[in-house]
Ligand binder design. Structure first.
Ligand code: GTP
Ligand code: MG
Length: 604
């Protein structure tokens, strides 16, 4: 299949255009460095390739390097029909540097080039226009204006793209900059002739930035945003969680009414509703978290937050660029470890990757929510205005972040020493403030819930059923002297210093497969212990069972620190190239978590 290669500077709308052309749903967000690997799709009879953004053909960071390698390889290949340079019409100068370099390369290799002048909606909104015909004549390649967001001009653009890709020989650039000529002055000159007056474009943005980037007001706003973010996961999701719980309880009652009493009902109540149901209750929290992170990403604030964090993060040997992977690590460590590719310094990138697993990913949410509901009274207030449970939630996130900073310091002094390098400058382009793109955002929110269920449900189901079978037999035994109980008593001494009995021990051990399993496993075990209670209300059951504050707090902190995710280990192995390092981290964070939990239990 012939291919169309999409290139452009970061945040120029490549991925959104790619999605519009292919019908796929690659991640799109309003900060530079969203796409960090090569993505492929199909449009008509062509393969479309979406690349990470790069400002020049001299890629600095890992993601830019990937883009540059792919551009160089693809331009050499016979099956590349067209190079599509995506330009940000509101930032023409910065877009054209790469555009001109790529055009020169394409001309030398006899490849057709098309310039997509994206963001034309924003140009028109401020009452400006760009003379595409004259720009095209000056560049020596066709230029088509469009908006990948409002879809203005998209149809015409697509027709033109397919026409050129269909007979590319006629569209090899008629001119290009000389081999020795630097692209920057030429792009400056072109932007001066055709681009927008930046004072007009940036007028509103600058006045907002004066507030957001000021060291006093900016810091206060940043801390408030972070506090509200984590607290609202708890408060916004609460009514949705109640809804899911009511639904599952109702469903369980119907199943109980139609199944014969005895082993079948016990199985459904304890293994299915108690295990799987206890876990499903927490899915709304994951969706709320995705929504809030999505708002930050789409608005353009994320890049400002990264800038604000650069100095404090530098103190710990990290970079402002570590902020974005850290924040996305709160949803899931796997894409976050990949997002660390945008960090230019290999040293800082390694330290960031190794500490991302300490960010409280969404798989920990059910454990946090359950144990907070057990330990912190409902409706209590913090500082007289904030929900105390929500504040406790924030505290757990903060604990993970503080641990990550402490570990970064330690890693800096030990592991990453041989990667010592001259300090690389911190450069981050600040995107224009934009309204969130609601439709893709809502899709992402729904998808996050679905993916979470799909990934975790099978393993939770298997563990719950396994635990139930081992706990139910031999028939007429109690849980204490069931097969599971007998195994449990063997492992109990390990968990005694944490102040926990064997049932928690079984749930903790199982969660080394995947941490989501903890709530499901505990749900099954507590379901089996009590006869006629609610099938789902696990927090009340744990509370009634008498979990002490020290043991409960130690347990929840254990979950903040432990790296119980095999997929994260695999990703770390892929990105660092070291199996030993990845598994070493798994063991080290597990041991550290255990020591913290035991210490907290002893102290409180
Ligand atoms: N108003 C407007 N917004 C757009 C347009 N195209 C893209 N965007 C927005 O611009 C931001 C960046 O879009 P992406 O598609 O992620 O940009 P990208 O070039 O793939 O960025 P990287 O992957 O970081 O290189 C997102 O917030 C998009 O919604 C457009 O034509 N008009
Ligand atoms: Mg992209």
């Amino acid at each position: 299949m012939q291919r169309i290669l999409m290139v452009g500077k970061p945040n120029s709308g490549k991925s959104l255009l790619f999605n519009q052309l292919t019908g796929l749903r690659q991640k799109v967000a309003n900060y530079p460095g969203v796409t960090v690997e090569v993505k492929r799709g199909q449009c008509d009879k062509f393969e479309i390739v979406d690349l990470p953004g790069t400002y020049t053909l001299r890629g600095l960071s890992r993601d830019e390097e990937i883009a540059v390698n792919e551009i160089q390889n693809a331009i050499e290949r016979d099956d590349t029909a067209l190079v599509l340079c995506v330009l940000d019409a509101t930032r023409l100068e910065r877009s054209l540097v790469l555009g001109l370099q790529v055009q020169r390369l394409a001309k030398a290799k006899n490849k057709a080039v098309l310039f997509a002048l994206n963001f034309i909606d924003e140009v028109r909104r401020i009452g400006e226009k760009i003379d595409t015909d004259a720009l095209s004549a000056d560049l020596g390649s066709p230029v088509v204006a469009l908006s990948a967001r409002t879809l203005d001009g998209l149809h015409e653009f697509k027709q033109e793209m397919l026409r050129i890709a269909g007979s590319p020989q006629q569209f090899v650039p008629s001119k290009s900059i000389e081999e020795t000529e630097p692209a920057a002055p030429k792009s400056h000159q072109l932007a001066k002739s055709y681009g927008l007056n930046l004072d007009i474009v940036l007028k509103n943005q600058n006045s907002v930035d004066r507030l957001l980037l000021n060291s006093w007001t900016g810091s206060i706003i940043f801390l408030s945003v972070m506090f509200l973010l984590f607290q609202s996961i708890f408060t916004l999701a609460a009514p949705l969680m109640d809804g899911v719980e009511t639904f599952i309880t109702g469903f369980a009652e119907i199943v109980a009414a139609i199944t014969p009493a005895g082993i079948v009902t016990d199985f459904f109540n304890d293994a299915i509703f108690g295990g799987l149901g206890s876990f499903l209750v927490f899915v709304p929290q994951i969706m709320v978290l995705t929504f809030i992170i999505g708002l930050l990403e789409d608005s353009g604030y994320l890049a400002r937050a990264a800038l604000m964090c650069h100095r404090p993060l530098s103190f710990f040997g990290l970079s402002g660029r570590s902020f974005i992977p850290y924040l996305s690590g709160h949803a899931c460590a796997i894409p976050a470890i990949m997002a660390a590719r945008t960090i230019e310094s290999p040293h800082k990138r390694l330290v960031t990757m190794l500490t991302i697993p300490l960010m409280s990913c969404s798989a920990r949410l059910p454990v946090y929510a359950l144990l907070i509901a057990v330990l912190v009274p409902e409706d209590a207030l913090f500082l007289g205005i904030f929900d105390l449970q929500g504040a406790a939630f924030f505290g757990l996130y903060l604990f993970g972040i503080v641990m990550a900073l402490v570990v970064s310091q330690i890693l800096n002094r030990t592991l990453a020493k041989d990667l010592e390098e001259s300090d690389m400058p911190f450069i981050l382009e600040l995107p224009t403030y934009r309204m969130p793109h609601w439709k893709p955002l809502m899709h992402r929110v729904l998808n996050s819930g679905m993916v979470f269920i799909k990934r975790a449900a099978p393993i939770i189901f298997m563990v719950s059923v396994g635990i139930w079978v081992l706990g139910y037999f031999p028939l007429s035994s109690t849980l204490q002297n069931s097969w599971l109980g007998q195994i449990g008593h063997v492992i109990e001494p390990i968990f005694e210093p944490m102040g926990l009995d064997w049932r928690y021990g079984v749930a903790i051990l199982m969660s080394f497969l995947a941490r989501e399993v903890f709530v499901g496993a505990l749900g099954t075990l507590f379901g089996m212990a009590g006869a006629d209670e609610d099938v789902v209300g696990l927090a009340e059951k744990v509370q009634a069972d008498g979990l002490t504050l020290g043991a409960g707090l130690g347990l929840v902190l254990f979950y903040v620190v432990a790296l119980q995710c095999v997929a994260t280990v695999a990703m770390l192995k892929g990105e660092t190239g070291s199996n030993k390092l990845a598994w070493g981290l798994y063991v080290a964070y597990g041991l550290l978590a255990y020591v913290i939990a035991v210490a907290v239990n002893l102290i409180i």
